[in-house]
Design a protein around this ligand. Structure first.
Ligand SMILES: *Cc1c(COP(=O)(O)O)cnc(C)c1O
Length: 365
């Protein structure tokens, strides 16, 4: 167990534990699922908040050779810790970025005709990927433009697209996108094909192509929201109980007094708030329950608004003797990133990528 970053424990508030063994196991499970296709790893947004410098080497050690990032700066960080990695930059090619990409051997994912024209000038023989948009209307050339790019004679080694709603198994959009991709795939016969993010690895159509691009599932998110999570949890988040107090029925808690005690209540104030990435939308207010923490094995609802650095929870059902020295588990012990996302009107992806900078971070495995 090594500490890599974040404040030292004595100074810290919450503790974020990242299980690199579980991360590696998740990658191996997905790689086995898609074989003989190659399994890459998406490590954009600081490896979904977990830390590129820890996550990328752990994935490389598990066998991953191909990494996807959003920004050039993230690509440089992967290059620094996994020197032989193949690194694709998903967000396309900005003119100022081209020399940096070449210097650090990063491969652009060309997402427009402008990107392709620029790479033809500065990178021509260097490998790149071409993104064809099959329905997202976000990045990527239209299917009708793939032929134009094919005639530019670039070293396109991957032809990729991205699903709109691969977590919705029965959504016919998946079939539409697979068919659109198939209609252009033959124009770049030497390129490898890549369609699938995490959830697409669980689609009955098995749209794996030659190279898959999971992110969320590697970090323990559930790629199959309608079913049990097949992945191992990777993050655990624990906040210290700073103090407890007993209030009478009818008393109010927190900013704007939006939570009312319905019984004599023992409250605990814990050292984590929205500045740490705990969504303010997880507030528990009268008539609308919010987030939960687990203290000594007992689920404890949030009481009142989440403040910047602090959150109050109702620990009345925790035996008093068990409170001494206990901490509150926000993620772990059965609370998943998907759960916290649901209770915060968002998704687990946002929970992960907003994990705060003030945590004491512990990397295990
Ligand atoms: C973020 C991203 C992925 C990974 O998606 P997950 O749902 O996290 O697996 C794959 N491909 C592209 C183009 C992306 O932007």
């Amino acid at each position: 167990m090594t500490d890599r970053s974040g404040p030292a424990l004595a100074d810290s508030q919450a503790v974020l534990t990242i299980d690199l063994g579980a991360l590696a196991a998740n990658w191996r499970a997905l790689a086995a699922r898609v074989a003989p296709a190659e399994c890459g790893a998406v490590v954009k947004a600081d490896a979904y908040g977990l830390g590129i410098e820890a996550a990328a080497p752990a994935l490389a050690k598990a066998g991953c050779r191909t990494f996807f990032v959003a920004h050039v700066s993230e690509g440089r960080r992967v290059r620094a810790v996994v020197p032989h990695a193949v690194v694709y930059v998903l967000n396309g090619l900005l003119p100022a970025a081209a020399p940096v990409m070449i210097e650090h051997d990063l491969r652009p994912v060309l997402g427009s005709l402008d990107d392709a024209t620029l790479w033809a000038k500065v990178g021509r023989l260097r490998p790149c990927a071409l993104h064809v948009d099959t329905g997202m209307n976000r990045l990527g050339v239209t299917p009708g433009s793939v032929e134009t790019v094919a005639r530019m004679d670039l070293a396109i080694d991957v032809l990729m697209t991205h699903f709109v709603s691969s977590e919705a198994v029965k959504d016919s959009t998946n079939d539409v996108q697979i068919a659109r991709f198939a209609s252009v795939r033959g124009m770049l016969p030497n390129a490898r094909s890549s369609l699938a993010n995490s959830s697409a690895l669980f689609l009955p159509q098995k749209p794996f192509g030659d190279l898959v691009r999971p992110g969320y599932a590697l970090y323990g998110g559930n790629p199959t929201p309608a079913a049990a999570n097949p992945m191992q949890a990777v993050v655990r988040l624990e906040a210290p109980i700073l103090q407890t107090r007993v209030i009478e029925a009818g008393e109010k808690v927190g900013y704007n007094a939006q939570w009312t005690a319905r019984r004599r209540t023992r409250l605990a104030t814990i050292g984590i708030g929205y500045a740490d990435g705990l969504p303010r939308a997880a507030m528990g207010i009268d008539d609308r329950p919010g987030g939960e923490a687990i203290v000594a094995g007992v689920r404890c609802p949030f009481a009142g608004r989440v403040s910047m650095d602090l959150t109050m929870i109702d620990v009345t059902d925790v035996p008093e003797a068990a409170l001494a020295g206990a901490s509150a588990v926000l993620l772990g012990d059965g609370i998943t990133v998907d759960d916290l996302g649901l209770r915060s009107a968002t998704i687990g992806y946002e929970i992960l990528t907003r994990l705060g900078a003030r945590y004491h971070r512990v990397y295990e495995g």
